[in-house]
Write a protein that binds this ligand. Structure first.
Ligand code: ZN
Length: 181
C-alpha cells in the first residue's frame, strides 16, 4: 500500500504478518516506510502517521520527496536568468574587444564553465549565473580568447590577461565553485 502524504511524499506501507505494532523506517530510496500488522486499514495507517509526525521528523530525517522536482525548477529558473544575461554579456565583450563568434550556446554540463569550438560557437554554462560577476566575466573573456588561440599557450594567457588583469586569481577562484546545477 502507498500513502500519499503532504509532508513525507509517498509512504510505503508494508503489511507484515509478524509485526504486532507499527514501525517506521526510511527506505534506501529515501522514502518513509511503515511496517504494520496484517489487518491494518489505510485509515488506521494514516492516523498513526499523523500521530507520529514529530517523532518521524526528529528521528528519521526523510529526504525531501520534492528535491528532484525542486532541482528541476531551479534549473529552469537559472536557464531563464542565463538566457536574459549571458548572450548579451558575451556580445558586449565581443564588441568591446573586437571578437567575432558565430553562436552562443547555453549548457548545463556538470564539469565545465564554458567552451569554444572550432566552428566559433561559444558555450556557456548556466551555472555561471551563480558565481560572482568578475568570475563570470573571466569565463566569458577566456572563451573569447580561444577564438584566436585554441590552446592554453602563453599567447592565449597573454590575451586573456590583456582583458582581465586578475585572470590568475579568477582562474583559481572559479575552481572553488561547482558548475553543476
Ligand atoms: Zn580554456
Amino acid at each position: 500500500m502507498l500513502i500519499n502524504d503532504k509532508e513525507f511524499g509517498e509512504v510505503i506501507v508494508r503489511k507484515s504478518p509478524l509485526s504486532r505494532n507499527i514501525k517506521f523506517s526510511v527506505s534506501t530510496s529515501g522514502r518513509l516506510q511503515m511496517s504494520v500488522p496484517k489487518f491494518t486499514s489505510e485509515f488506521l495507517a494514516k492516523r498513526f502517521l499523523n500521530a507520529n509526525r514529530k517523532m518521524i521528523r526528529e528521528k528519521l530525517p526523510v529526504k525531501d520527496p520534492n528535491s528532484q522536482r525542486s532541482r528541476d525548477y531551479q534549473k529552469k529558473l537559472l536557464m531563464k536568468k542565463a538566457k536574459e544575461y549571458l548572450p548579451y554579456r558575451l556580445e558586449y565583450y565581443a564588441k568591446l574587444y573586437g571578437y567575432k563568434y558565430d553562436k552562443c550556446r547555453l549548457t548545463h554540463a556538470n564539469t565545465r564553465w564554458g567552451s569554444c569550438s572550432s566552428n566559433r560557437t561559444i558555450s556557456l554554462n548556466i551555472g555561471l549565473m551563480k558565481v560572482p560577476e568578475p568570475l563570470r566575466d573571466y569565463v566569458i573573456l577566456h572563451e573569447l580568447a580561444h577564438l584566436n588561440h585554441m590552446d592554453h599557450s602563453k599567447a592565449f594567457w597573454a590575451e586573456v590577461g590583456s582583458h582581465d588583469k586578475n585572470y590568475k586569481l579568477h582562474e583559481k577562484r572559479i575552481k572553488m565553485f561547482n558548475p553543476g546545477v
